[in-house]
Design a protein around this ligand. Sequence first.
Ligand code: BEZ
Length: 220
Amino acid sequence: MKLETVIPDFKAQSTQGPISFYNWLGDSWCVLFSHPADFTPVCTTELGRIAVHQHEFAKRNVKLLALSCDKLQDHKNWVADIKSYCLDIPGEFPYPIVADEKRELAVKLDMIDEESKDKESEAMTVRALYIISPDHKLKLSMVYPASTGRNVDEILRVIDSLQLTSRLKVVATPANWTPGTKVMILPHVKDEDLPKLFPKGVEKVKMPSGINYVRTTTDY
Ligand code: BEZ
């Protein structure tokens, strides 16, 4: 799916009861993520690690919603396995898992790979992960194959970048950025506006080209 696509509203069955997406999301951000299948090892680690860090998502006003094409009862049974494997999940399993048995959502949300998209019997979703803003727009997409589990620190890191740059529209975060480290000032910002925008200071890096485009700050 293309960035900035409006994710359509949908109704679905989940381990926490029926969900009406827009209503369920309210004013939060969302991490909507698919996994290939229940009762598989890498998926067990992914849903478990994401559950362990649920408080980190909640702190950022992000709701979590998992999805696969398995049956609702399978999701419910599998959750007990995930909790037993990841002993550091506190309390109840913290987020809903959607049962998209007819693959309707998986197809609509582009979560099936090119080779199996027309084979209904191979109903496995890939590891698609969409970060959706409160106005229902797709802000970031990560699509991993079944062979490669995702990294929770990276998911949190990109949420921090998205939320910072949506609040402060004149900066972007550089490679390997983590919160608190320097950010880049966007090229269209005029030098004369910098003191007002970043009173604590800006560093201008001299480049061999002589072009003044690398300007950094930690004032955000
Ligand atoms: C897994 O989660 O381990 C997995 C699922 C489907 C294909 C390959 C691996």
